[in-house]
Design a protein around this ligand. Structure first.
Ligand code: PHE
Length: 448
């Protein structure tokens, strides 16, 4: 298989998979969801979902990928030839393309904010000014379409370079730098006067705020943040060498991803409280508050520029994995060249992204879809990032537990992980716990 590669080491895999996992899901989506659902309750349900559902599904996906060395469609087809399980793979490829379309748009915002900071147009931004700046920015159709195209183009460029060469190298250098900047931001946010109230919001749960919709969003966020349910981790697992430990790799990826998201909350909520801003501000939340924090810091514009640039890079490592799923499918199953696959998938994603661009201004229809009363963008985000990934994860559990069978899966998981003693726990999770929890959540949503 000429155009397939391998990660150069276990560390290379962990960083690339963590690169896929860590992205605007952690720094943009997690804080705004937490804010929307009243703070600490969401955080706790999310953390429970990461441990109970995320980790077992992550291990299952990597194992399916490594056992077959294939893209999601090919992997299911190889483990259960002539069955309909391929469909789960197809759904993953489709989800990859769909998520890429609006994920790249939000990622484009980070580039936009990088240039805004560079040009000094966020200097002195107050809490009342940043929402206006944001609105004007997202309403500019041509600028948004350009940023979307630019982001998909850069993603396509990296994916066209192949596995270890492109993705791995970029992640190795840039991810640690992002974490350092976040630590500096954390220091600033926590020492703002009035930050304490934000910490309370973030850490003291009010369980009366629990709701089925909140639980499904927390579960979906756990899958989304760990890049699960659509085969991204099957694809990345397919490039993992046989003598490396799947459970250890999965644990590292889950830990790094979760720490980053939780840390983003520790930056955003104290700062929101300090400036008296509403934590339930919806999807523009971090773009409203971050410029205000930077403005309160010495060398703020330099930190601001670096932050938005690196957030863009973190997003890039995620878009790369989304596109890689579609491309790996085109290469393996359709026998296309890497270049052609990138061109086709990238262009299609851009076109699908246009209605999302229009959701932020211009066309009323896309701003508020008839009957649903939400924007096209919000609809896409819920359908693909939350529902499709949850359903995908459910099927992956059933497949690993009952179809491929947990004993066969455990054999793959045990390779390179001779010291792993928790196979029985994993089996209970994928056979009973995860399917039951996911089904229960989807069911409660459906009957409401
Ligand atoms: N995990 C990424 C994030 O949190 C998003 C993503 C989802 C990437 C699904 C790949 C697959 O930003």
């Amino acid at each position: 298989m000429a155009s397939r590669g391998k990660w150069s080491s276990q560390l290379g895999f962990i960083l690339a998979a963590a690169g896929s996992a860590i992205g605007i899901g952690n720094i943009w989506r997690f804080p705004y969801m937490t804010g929307k659902y009243g703070g600490a309750v969401f955080l706790f349900v999310y953390l429970a979902a990461v441990v109970l559902l995320g980790l077992p599904v992550l291990i299952a996906e990597i194992a399916i990928g490594r056992a077959t060395g294939k893209n999601p469609v090919g992997a299911f087809a190889e483990l259960r030839p002539k069955s309909q399980w391929k469909l789960v793979g197809y759904m993953g490829v489709l989800a990859g393309m769909m998520i890429l379309s609006y994920y790249s748009l939000i990622s484009g915002w980070t580039l936009g904010y990088f240039f805004k900071t560079l040009a000094g147009s966020l200097k002195g931004a107050t809490t009342s000014a940043t929402p206006l700046i944001f609105d004007t920015f997202v309403r500019n159709f041509w600028l948004q379409a350009f940023l979307l195209a630019a982001f998909i183009f850069i993603t396509g460029y990296i994916v066209s370079k192949g596995i270890a060469g492109g993705i791995e190298k970029a992640c190795k250098v840039l991810m640690p730098v992002l974490v350092v900047i976040m630590l500096i931001l954390l220091g600033r946010a926590l020492t703002l006067p009035g930050a304490g109230k934000g910490l309370e919001f973030y850490l003291r749960p009010d369980f009366s705020k629990l709701s089925p919709r909140m639980i499904i969003d927390a579960m979906g966020q756990a899958f989304f943040s760990l890049s699960l349910g659509m085969g991204a981790m099957i694809t990345y697992g397919s490039y993992l060498k046989k003598d490396e430990s799947i459970p250890a790799g999965a644990a590292w990826v889950a830990a790094l991803d979760t720490v980053t998201a939780v840390m983003a909350g520790f930056i955003i909520f104290p700062a929101l409280a300090a400036f008296g801003m509403n934590p339930a501000g919806g999807h523009p939340l971090v773009f409203h508050i971050l410029p205000v924090i930077f403005d309160q810091m010495p060398l703020g514009s330099i930190f601001g520029m670096l932050f938005f640039l690196l957030l863009g890079v973190a997003a890039l490592a995620s878009t790369v994995s989304l596109l890689e799923v579609v491309v790996a499918y085109c290469i393996d199953e359709l026998k296309w060249s890497r270049g052609r696959s990138v061109l086709a998938a990238g262009s299609l994603s851009f076109l699908i992204g246009i209605p999302s661009v229009l959701s932020f201004g211009g066309v009323k229809f896309f701003q508020k879809l008839p009957l649903l009363n939400i924007s096209f963008f919000e609809m896409m985000d819920f359908v693909w990032s939350t529902l499709a990934l949850s359903v995908g994860a459910l099927f992956i559990c059933i497949f690993a537990g009952y179809v491929w069978k947990s004993a066969a899966a455990l054999k793959e998981i045990g390779r390179g992980a001779e010291k792993f003693r928790h196979g029985w726990l994993w089996t209970i999770s994928v056979k009973y716990l995860c399917p039951a929890l996911i089904l229960l959540t989807l069911f409660t949503l459906a009957i409401r």
